[in-house]
Structure formats: C-alpha cells, structure tokens
Design a protein around this ligand. Structure first.
Ligand SMILES: Cc1ncc(COP(=O)(O)O)c(C=O)c1O
Length: 413
C-alpha cells in the first residue's frame, strides 16, 4: 500500500535530483540502487522504516547513526512535544542548556565543561580553533572523516568511506594555503604520525581522531600511543566520538579504552536523531573560548536539548549500550554465518554497535552491490557501517537475520 498519495519512491528521488545537487543534502543518503533501494523514506517507527511505495524495511541505517533508541521513540518524542509547547529558541539561555551540559560532564571522562552546536563537523571545527588558540600553533593532523568543513587535507577523507591517501592536491574548493596546514594520517599508523611530528616540531596544534570501524579494537594500543605522543609534543588530543559516543560506551572510545582526551565531540547518539552536537573537554582548554570565539544562534535550541535529556534518562534507566552490543553480536554473527554458508565473500567486522560491512576479492564492488540490492529486496536497509538501535528487539533481530540469510542466498545465485 502506498504511504502517501502522489509520486512513487523513485519518482520522488528523480524530482529531487533536479532540485537538489546529489538529490539530497547528505551525500551518503543519495539512493543509487534503482529499483531495489528505497528512493525516498517517508516514515519510521522503532526499528522499521517505510518508503513512499509502502515498502517496509527493518532498518540498520538509523539515520546514518543518530537514531540509537529507535524511530519515534515515545519518551523522546514526548519530551520534544512538551518542550515545543513552551518555546524553541530564546534570546537568553534556557536552563536545559546547563542541565544537559551537567549530564554530559557526569558521563564523559574527558568532559569538565560542555558546549553545544548543531552538527558534528562544526563542533570539531570549534575544537580545532580552540586547539590552535591554546597552543599558538597552526597545523592539525587528522585521522578519519571529521565532517565536510574539516575535510581540508590533501589525501584526507572527504566523505565517510571515501578513502584518503595521504598525498595529492587539496580537495576541490579548498585553498592550498589552508590545506597545507592539515595533514591526513591513516588509522593506527604511528609511523606516519611520527613523521609529521618530526617534520613539524612545535607546529602541530592537535591530532583529531575518528576511529576506524572495521578495526576499532586496535584502539586498545593506538589511543594510548596517541595520548603519549600528543602530550610529548605539546599538541592536544581531540577525539571525534560522533559515532562512538553513546554506542560502544556512553563515554565512547575514551571510556572504552581509558584514554582521556583534551577535547572531544559527541553528536550522533545524544538526541536520538534531533540535531545536536556537543564539544566537551578540560576546563582550562575550554577556557580558551574567552578568546577563540565560537558562537551560533541555534547552539542552545531547546527541542534537541529536551531530546538529549530524555535520551540520557533512558540510557540511565535501561542498559542501552549492552543492548546494542548484544543484539549487534547476534545479528552480525548470524549474517557472517550466512555469508560463509552461501559463499558470499563478505564479512561484518568491528565492534558490534557500529561495525563495517566489508567485501573482499577483486569483484568486491559487484558483490557489495548484489548483496545490498538483495537485502533491500528482502526488506532490510543496510549501509557500509550499520547500526542496531534499542528498538531492535529479539523478534526483529531474528526476522532480520532470516531476511539477510535469504539475501545472501539471492546474492550468491
Ligand atoms: C566520525 C564522524 N565524524 C564527523 C562527522 C560529521 O558529522 P556531521 O555530519 O554532523 O557534521 C561524521 C558524520 O558522518 C562522522 O561519522
């Protein structure tokens, strides 16, 4: 049954292609696998979404990460509705801003102070500005994707999953002089990192790190090494916890691996899909904000803050993180068994709350496409990094596992 009167899922996608570059304001949302992939999603509830043709999918894209509790999660939606009754933004601070800041400070090891913006990328840009102000240095080493406005290094990652190389020219649209201050470093590559510290002694303000999904376990040795080297060089360690926070642990990789950064950013996961990012850190470092100005009209917007408070209350009452690990282990373990049983050259790797779907072999692009198409046809929505949420109950995981087993059989045929 169609969800809405009017054009179908791919007709909508085609008309959006005409009105919007990429057909979407978020590059990674652009639908590509016509006709199997949904062209446009119109509704979500719990762990399921529906496209404009009325097709239902058990969803593991979860808004590309931020939906940790589930679509239309009752407690969060009630909190947003209640806040809407009394106002969204004001010309003075609203108490929720302080309350949510305190809640983050209680939960995040490296947070002595917190401040809010709307997107992960701009919060990381704020951290970079703070780091430059505190150290009086200009250069920044970046590991992984840190949002479009920080994708400045030659050979850096310009979109999630779009490989960076470490050499080459600045990304299109980035001035060479600006790009020259940003240096891309692969995950878990201390040799490259050390080479930057050697090449630019006393010049590196910060190392900004987003974990690699497939090999996140390497963080056990990589994060302590980063901490030690940044301290030795007088640079700040900035952790991008945009995906890892409130997923692998409430306090992200810093909690998991016991490494306290100078600054970090949390975003996806803290408000179940409402637009909110928090940059948090040591009090003395955050103190640089009296000189390095960061300010935005929507920084204390109350609907997202009300959602964040509701999310943190749910996390406190129920063990959401344990659920994400447990359900992820069951689902992705089942899928890995299906891959092997049907001879699909693929594997889900990494930490169960946010693992990477990896494909091996010379025809990996073709296998990836065949498998993702088959998953969509069988009613499962996946991405290169896929996420379980708190609404994926045992029945949904069993149903998704069966659908994905059928998808593996179809992809292998
Ligand atoms: C690890 C990581 N860092 C930064 C970002 C950028 O966040 P935003 O898109 O909210 O600017 C993303 C978004 O996908 C991300 O996955």
């Amino acid at each position: 049954m169609k969800e809405i009167d009017g054009p179908g899922s791919w007709e909508i996608a085609e008309s959006m292609e005409r009105a919007i570059p990429w057909g979407s304001s978020t590059c990674s949302k652009k639908p590509r696998l016509f006709p199997d992939e949904p062209g446009a999603i119109v509704r979500g509830r719990g762990c399921r979404v529906w496209d404009a043709d009325g097709r239902e999918f058990i969803d593991f894209r979860n808004g590309l990460g931020p939906v940790t509790l589930g679509y239309a999660f009752p407690e969060v939606d009630a909190a947003v509705r209640a806040q809407l009754e009394t106002g969204v933004v004001f010309g003075h601070p609203h108490p929720l801003e302080g309350e949510v800041a305190e809640m983050l400070i209680e939960r995040i090891p490296g947070a002595e102070q917190a401040r809010f913006l709307k997107t992960g990328g701009e919060a990381l840009a704020a951290c970079i500005r703070i780091a430059r102000c505190v150290t009086g240095r200009d250069r920044v080493v970046q590991i992984g994707y840190n949002g479009w406005l920080n994708a400045l290094a030659a050979g850096g990652v310009t979109l999630p999953g779009r490989e960076g190389g470490g050499v080459g020219s600045p990304p299109p649209g980035v001035p060479a002089a600006l790009s020259a201050l940003h240096h891309a470093c692969p995950w878990n590559d201390l040799e490259t990192l050390d080479a930057y510290f050697t090449a630019y002694p006393g010049e590196i303000a910060a190392v900004v790190v987003a974990a690699d999904y497939a090999t996140m376990a390497a963080g056990a040795t990589f994060y302590p090494a980063l901490r030690e080297r940044t301290e030795r060089a007088g640079a700040l360690l900035v952790l991008d916890e945009i995906v890892t926070g409130f997923r692998i642990a409430v306090g992200g990789v810093q909690e998991r691996f016991g490494v306290v950064p100078d600054l970090s950013v949390f975003s996806k996961g803290i408000a179940n899909g409402l637009p909110l990012s928090a940059y948090v850190g040591r009090r003395d470092v955050m103190g640089a904000l009296d000189r390095a100005i960061v300010s935005s009209t929507f920084g204390g917007e109350t609907l997202s803050l009300a959602a964040a408070r509701a999310v943190m209350r749910v996390y406190a009452e129920r063990d959401v993180v344990a659920h994400l690990w447990r359900q992820g282990e069951t689902l992705w373990g089942n899928l890995n068994r299906s891959f092997r049983a049907h001879g699909v050259n693929a594997e889900v790797r990494g930490f169960w709350p946010c693992p990477a779907l990896t494909f091996d072999g010379p025809d990996r692009a073709a296998v990836r496409e065949r498998f993702l198409r088959a998953a969509y046809r069988n009613g499962v929505s996946l991405y290169d990094v896929s996420y379980v949420n708190f609404s994926h109950d045992d029945a949904a995981i069993a149903e998704a596992s069966a659908r994905l087993d059928a998808a593996c059989r179809d992809a292998a045929a």
